[in-house]
Design a protein around this ligand. Structure first.
Ligand SMILES: [Zn+2]
Length: 245
């Protein structure tokens, strides 16, 4: 297989579990289709999304980070994705120029065919739109001929925002429903790696079932099949196509 024939995807996750709840199906599905999927976790969610671990007592930030890293690595292994951790801290997640360039360099290295990240707004969690902004800005830098001249720039990969916890408050409205029925077992196995957030396992099962029903209701003539589980996405850019079916 030549370098250009390998399809790739990049997932930018604010905290170490977000990519599992919100994009685990897309990751497993595309991995099965031959894509190399790479996940960047900007932080471990050590402060904001690890309540159960902190309640155990005798915890330090380092111990929580280590536990979260192990969970995320196990989930990525199940989904078939490579993963790296930027360890930028959470609550608040803040990026300096170096972090931005580090992410731009990941874009250059991966040359993604599409990108998955958070919603543009989230009044419950400032780290999530911060991650989206970073993913977007790094994408633009990686497209610039003047950034590290001589390197291969990236094209314009579509960016899809994955589903936030409370879509209405985040002004998030799906325009893509992905059928993840064939990989649901993998996604649920990955979800179960998130021992620190067991309260969300069934919640995100229900979300997938809801999106599955909606996908079935909207399915076109070319893909008439039994959909049970789905994931919703909101695209940022117009889709370029020669086939409207
Ligand atoms: Zn998060």
């Amino acid at each position: 297989m030549t370098e250009t024939s390998i399809k790739t995807a990049l997932v930018v996750s604010a905290h170490s579990a977000d990519f599992v709840w919100r994009a685990g199906g897309a990751i497993a599905l595309h991995q099965q289709q031959g894509y190399q999927v790479h996940v960047v976790c900007l932080s471990f969610g050590e402060r904001g999304e690890s309540a159960k671990l902190w309640r155990k007592g005798e915890m330090t930030e380092e111990k929580v980070k280590q536990a979260r890293r192990s969970e995320a690595q196990a989930a990525a292994d199940i989904l078939g994705a490579s993963i790296e951790f930027f360890d930028m801290g959470d609550y608040p997640l803040r990026a300096d120029k170096e972090a931005l360039f580090r992410l731009a360099d990941v874009y250059r290295r991966i040359q993604p065919h599409f990108v998955l990240t958070h919603s543009l707004h989230d009044p419950y969690n400032y780290d999530h739109p911060m991650a989206t902004n970073l993913a977007q800005e790094a994408r633009i830098i990686a497209q610039a001929e003047g950034y590290r001249p001589g390197e291969k720039i990236i094209a314009a990969p579509p960016v899809y925002c994955f589903e936030p916890h409370q879509p209405e408050q985040c002004h998030w409205k799906p325009d893509v429903l992905l059928d993840i029925t064939s990989v649901w077992d993998k996604k649920y196995a990955a979800i179960q790696c998130m021992a620190g957030q067991e309260h969300l396992w069934e919640y995100y099962t229900r979300v997938a079932q809801q999106r599955g029903v909606q996908a079935k209701r909207n399915v076109g003539i070319t893909a008439a099949r039994d959909i049970i589980y789905g994931e919703g996405y909101q695209s940022i850019f117009p889709r370029v196509t020669e086939d409207l079916s």
